[in-house]
Design a protein around this ligand. Structure first.
Ligand code: CAA
Length: 285
């Protein structure tokens, strides 16, 4: 075990974010245990990681063979397996009841020194911490999508987070090769507080016919030097995720400027969730 770093890092949830976190952690030399109750999700995650690592390997972005990285990754379908982990990152879908339930379970099975971190993009770390008996050992560790390519981690301090927990988390983030920004535990933290209203406004512009989706994206992509236009980015993140973050901002900050765009709500109602469902603002084959 490297001094000050977890000997075994646990990751709960093998979706896009959890798999990305597990991949980056294993690439950094850590032993990783990825847990998801759905075996098929773990298989999808393994295939995705293999594909991503092969791509990064071809570009010379890895310091060792992908197979050596994958050997540091174990999988399990039972949360109990995480009793062996020294630090756990929760990355299940956004939903306060779901996440609080996982935190309660982790709290019951992890030794008392273990830090429980959440990759939540908008749920209060203070409230998740309150679901446990170790609120000083709960922290926000918010990765950006796609995790292997994005250099930022947003660190979120709940009101009860101890300095020791925060420092261990910062050490881990730096070990993973990421740059950090630190946010207080406020709705949407820093990144989504600023990013999501822009995405939401792009939907208002689309709904009002200010421009076509293509023109809105081209305008913002080339006019403000962003890698993707806001509607393409929304499809990439998932329209359901964007809507749920807007709802958190609106409910907790109250102001009309955070009101979710009706067109965004309608797309989500239709099941047009973006790239992952094959259709969002754009269609994907
Ligand atoms: N692993 C490895 N390679 C990957 C990858 C992954 N997970 N995802 C994409 N790539 C590869 C692509 O396949 C592509 O490979 P080739 O060059 O072989 O074709 C390469 O990376 C570059 O992809 P692109 O050609 O699409 O080029 P790009 O310059 O557009 O880079 C990008 C892709 C990094 C995703 C870039 O478009 C980008 O930065 N987009 C914005 C992403 C962003 O803003 N993310 C934050 C969202 S907000 C968030 O995550 C917080 C939240 O809570 C919602």
């Amino acid at each position: 075990m490297v001094r000050g770093l977890p000997g075994l890092l646990g990751v709960v949830g093998a979706g896009q974010m959890g798999a990305g976190i597990a991949q980056v952690a294993a690439s950094s030399g850590l032993q990783v245990l990825l847990v998801d109750r759905a075996a098929e999700q773990l298989e999808r995650a393994a295939a995705g990681m293999r594909h991503s690592l092969a791509k990064l390997g071809r570009k010379g972005a890895l310091s060792e063979d992908p197979e050596a990285i994958l050997r540091r990754l174990q999988h399990a379908t039972d949360l109990e397996a995480l009793s062996a982990a020294d630090y756990v990152v929760e990355a299940v879908p956004e939903g306060e009841a779901l996440k609080a339930g996982i935190f309660r379970q982790l709290d019951g099975l992890a030794p008392p020194h273990v830090v429980l971190a959440s990759n939540t993009s908008s749920i209060s770390i203070t409230r998740l911490a309150a679901a446990t008996q170790r609120p000083d050992r709960v922290v926000g560790l918010h990765f950006m999508n796609p995790v292997p390519l994005m250099s930022l981690i947003e660190l979120v301090r709940g009101i009860q987070t101890s300095d020791e927990t925060f420092e261990a988390t910062q050490r881990l983030a730096l070990h993973l090769g990421k740059t950090t920004c630190v946010s207080l535990d406020r709705p949407g933290f820093i990144v989504n507080r600023i990013l999501m209203p822009m995405v939401n406004e792009a939907f208002f512009a689309l709904m009002e016919g200010v421009g076509t989706a293509h023109d809105i994206d081209t305008g913002m992509k080339l006019g403000t030097n962003q890698p993707m236009g806001p509607l393409t980015l929304a499809d990439f993140i998932g329209l359901d995720t964007c809507l749920s973050i807007m709802r958190v901002l609106h409910a907790n900050l109250g102001e009309d400027k955070y009101r979710p765009c009706p067109l965004l709500m309608q797309y989500v109602d239709a099941g047009w969730l973006g790239k992952k469902s094959g259709r969002g603002v754009y269609t994907y084959s």
